[in-house]
Structure formats: structure tokens, C-alpha cells
Design a protein around this ligand. Structure first.
Ligand SMILES: [Zn+2]
Length: 244
């Protein structure tokens, strides 16, 4: 499409690199606007246009190639609601549209967040904990790395040095991750409500509240409290307000 359109443009427009980039960006914006206009008119496949509070992600080709194919397939088909859910199988092949757990109509939203039987069976809690595990592992890595840094940001504990073996960077030492807000201290502690029931650190406050994760530093008197939820995309904003 890009090549076809560019063919009809006057050659003078390609004299400078900036003009070339300008044309490409202009065409990209036009294509994106046309794609969004089509999606808005599609009641089912265009539901993603109504998502609010969803962080935009630029997924590169290398990201796509590095993802497991079944995971990528699930994400794309869930976004456009073309997974073989019982209600879709009913539309496509006339099969029973009922939920296998509770007999309600099994639209995608019901399966992923709305089935009361799945809720009481702990299926949603299991998924919540899997997400929390990933988040906690990443934060623990940042915590340990930051605590091992000297005040000027250098890593002092060689055992924690990590090596990247990604494509094209074999054997090269990767720089320590940017500690971000954790850079304010070197004595971070963390508790997660996973294998052990979390008790709120008494040095912060005496409370029975039990968030999913607490990360705190005594020296800089700062605490990060994480309450995780895994909502339906249409309800991200509403869910975050409920947690507040
Ligand atoms: Zn159900």
C-alpha cells in the first residue's frame, strides 16, 4: 500500500530524507485513522476502541517473533473476540452457547471475568496470583539490584551481575536496570501476599489491611503499596477507582 501511494507522488518530494519521513508518517496516520474508523463501526471486533485507561504499547516485530505462538494467537483473537467461546461456536456452528461451569451464556467476558462458579472455584484468584508472582519477581529483582548498588548507582555485589543472551548480544554484560524511584534508598524491603499471608509492616503502620505487595524503605521513609486487580479491559478505570 505504501509503495503504491508513493509511486504517484512527485519525485521532488523524496529529495531530502525529512520529506521522505514526512510522507511516511502522513501515510501511517491516514492508514491508522481509516483502521480506527472501520473498528468503531464494528460492534464486536471493534470493542477495543472503547477501552479506557489501557496503556498503549508499541510492539515491535522482534517482540512478536519472541512471543509464544499460542499466547500471541490468544491475545489477538481475544482482542477481536474471535476465540472459540461457546457463544461464538453457537454463531458459527450452532453449538450450545452455555457456559460449561454455570450454564449462563458464555460470552468472552463471562468466561474471563464474570462466571460466579469460576469465582467460587478460585480460578480468578489463581490467575490473579500468577500475575502477582510475575510482578513480585520483577520488583524483587529491582529491589535486590538497587540495594546492592553504591550511592552513585554502581553495582557493588558481583554475584548479582546479570548477563544477556539475547539475539546479537551474546555474552555481553547488560547494564543494571534503572532503579527509578527505588534509587532514593539502599535498604528496600518487600512483602508479598502469596505463599505467606501478608502482615503489614508495623514500622509503617499498625493495620489489619492486607494489600498484595508492600515495598518500603526505613531510611527514606517511603512505601509503595500494590493492590492488584485483573479486570475486563472496559472496566480498568472503574476497577482502579474501586481499589482506591
Ligand atoms: Zn459461567
Amino acid at each position: 500500500m505504501l509503495m503504491n501511494v508513493a509511486f504517484f507522488l512527485p519525485p521532488s518530494i523524496f529529495k531530502e530524507n525529512t520529506s521522505h519521513l514526512f510522507v511516511i508518517n502522513k501515510l501511517r496516520h491516514q492508514e491508522e485513522a481509516a483502521r480506527c474508523a472501520t473498528a468503531v463501526s464494528q460492534a464486536q471486533q471493534g470493542r477495543w476502541t472503547k477501552w479506557e485507561g489501557v496503556e498503549r504499547r508499541n510492539i515491535t516485530w522482534s517482540d512478536l517473533w519472541s512471543m509464544e505462538s499460542n499466547r500471541l494467537s490468544f491475545i489477538i483473537r481475544a482482542t477481536y473476540d474471535v476465540l472459540p467461546s461457546p457463544t461464538n461456536l453457537h454463531v458459527w456452528y450452532g453449538e450450545d452457547p452455555a457456559c460449561l461451569q454455570c450454564a449462563a451464556p458464555a460470552i468472552l467476558k463471562h468466561i474471563l471475568v464474570g462466571c460466579k462458579t469460576s469465582l467460587t472455584q478460585g480460578r480468578y484468584t489463581w490467575r490473579h496470583n500468577q500475575v502477582l508472582k510475575c510482578l513480585a519477581a520483577e520488583l524483587e529483582n529491582r529491589r535486590v539490584t538497587t540495594n546492592a548498588m553504591s550511592q552513585n548507582g554502581q553495582t557493588t555485589n558481583p554475584r548479582k551481575t546479570t548477563f544477556s543472551f539475547g539475539k546479537g548480544r551474546r555474552g555481553t554484560k547488560s547494564p543494571p536496570p534503572d532503579p527509578g524511584p527505588l534509587n532514593a534508598a539502599r535498604d528496600w524491603e518487600m512483602r508479598v501476599d502469596l505463599t505467606q499471608r501478608l502482615t503489614f509492616p508495623p514500622e509503617i503502620a499498625a493495620t489489619n489491611l492486607r494489600p498484595d505487595l508492600v515495598l518500603w524503605s526505613k531510611s527514606c521513609r517511603r512505601a509503595f503499596i500494590v493492590e492488584l486487580t485483573v479486570p475486563w479491559e472496559d472496566a480498568i478505570r472503574k476497577s482502579s477507582l474501586v481499589l482506591l
